[in-house]
Design a protein around this ligand. Structure first.
Ligand SMILES: [Zn+2]
Length: 137
């Protein structure tokens, strides 16, 4: 069987190191060439193990979802698609699946964790707050 293009989404957790962002989840999609879904999954799992070793505090959740591309990758090619059954209304579904950043951590009783936003400004990883000064130290 001829090799085909697949995309594989892997889910990773980035643990809280005490500074920088609090715990985050990452969905990472890569393209692989393989003859079967099974082989594509194996390649993605191998890559995921390599990826978690490269990054401190990163762990592969063992979750991988594989999609076979209908066309060669290129301009306008669909590279990933997934279906999920839900009775939620569209707005509620999107907010649950992809929650927006809160306006202000402090309003939720949490502390900001800043990064350098450039031009003398600091921005919080977890909310929409941006303040002048080097607050990431
Ligand atoms: Zn914040």
């Amino acid at each position: 069987m001829k090799k085909q293009w697949f995309s594989a989404k892997g889910v990773f957790v980035h643990r809280d190191s005490g500074s920088g962002p609090r715990q985050l989840y990452e969905e990472r999609v890569l393209l692989v060439r393989a003859r079967t879904f099974r082989k594509a999954r194996k390649l993605a799992e191998k890559d995921a193990q390599k990826y978690e070793r490269l990054l401190d505090g990163c762990a592969f959740t063992e979750f991988v979802e594989v999609f076979r591309l209908f066309d060669e990758p290129g301009d306008g090619a669909e590279v990933f698609s997934t279906m999920e059954q839900s009775d939620l209304e569209p707005k509620e579904y999107v907010e649950r699946r992809y929650p927006s950043k809160p306006a202000d951590c402090e309003a939720e009783g949490r502390e900001h964790r800043y990064y350098n936003n450039g031009h003398g400004y600091s921005a919080c990883y977890h909310c929409s707050v941006v303040k002048p000064g080097e607050l990431w130290h």
